[in-house]
Design a protein around this ligand. Sequence first.
Ligand SMILES: Nc1nc2c(ncn2[C@@H]2O[C@H](COP(=O)(O)OP(=O)(O)O)[C@@H](O)[C@H]2O)c(=O)[nH]1
Ligand SMILES: [Mg+2]
Length: 312
Amino acid sequence: MADLIRRLKEKDKRYIARVISRIENGDPEREQLLEALFPHTGQAYVLGITGSPGAGKSSLMNGLIRYLRQKGMTVAVIAIDPTSPFSGGAILGDRVRMTGHSLDEGVFIRSMGSRGSLGGLCRAAKDAVKVLDAAGYDLVLLETVGVGQAELDVMHAADSVSLVLNPTAGDVVQVFKAGIMEIADLFVINKADLPGSHRLAEEIERMLDLKPDLPWRPPIVKTIATREEGLVLLWEKLEEHRRFLEQTGERRRRRQRQAELELKELVQDLLGQKLAESLASPDWQHELSQVVSRQKSPISAAREWLRRVRFD
Ligand SMILES: Nc1nc2c(ncn2[C@@H]2O[C@H](COP(=O)(O)OP(=O)(O)O)[C@@H](O)[C@H]2O)c(=O)[nH]1
Ligand SMILES: [Mg+2]
């Protein structure tokens, strides 16, 4: 444990991957690991990239990584793709596309999503962000597919969220449905080489016009990821958003909201654990039999039980 932080900060990729796996797999020392990481977190800029499968998120990140490496920044990626266990293609595709970075010491890439529930994945991804943050990466990119609740939840771990859309019909409708408007800080219209990007941009503008009081009006950036076009502007806009976060205190507000979510979740988990332990006791069987024999109502037995469980 004493060595942990030093070795993380050396950015030994195999070591980092191992630490992430240990936390992900519920290692007995998971809590101690997270405890040791804690003082070293809170530094990285965490950028969420979300959007439908095939929108070009991985391609965009690939170009962005190349650009940022030239600027001397270190970058870590966590790509969450719950569809990958079924198709098997997404992760492989990512690997092929990102393979150019595999020898680069300043780039760490991790795909998640080969197991477990989306909720568990969400937790694992957030923990992985902590590991990479403690390791000292300047930027942590979080890629999620689609716009489900779990993906939205992951995005709460990000400082800035980019929503990647394509100039194809239906995308904007989807945006409305999922309520992702609220968490998108920036709209990327990728595949701008295909027709329709101008119309899509107008549609988004109209949507944003309905919310004239936004303290930050999400900019719209057109990109062609496959030709690495638009990436400089994309990064400029992200930097602008980052400055907005710092200067307006919005970053603090976001981190507070994040902390509250995380804390609630942890308390709930711990309560659940304690409760499960208590239900394994012989007293519980006794309580149950009293309800079965109708000496006690279920609700009064439940309340009594709560009073007896030690939650500390
Ligand atoms: N025409 C065009 N195709 C693109 C562009 N960006 C990505 N693609 C292609 O779209 C497909 C999906 O890209 P990918 O980055 O894997 O999308 P992801 O699922 O969102 O990560 C790939 O075949 C890419 O080559 C673009 O700007 N223009
Ligand atoms: Mg991808």
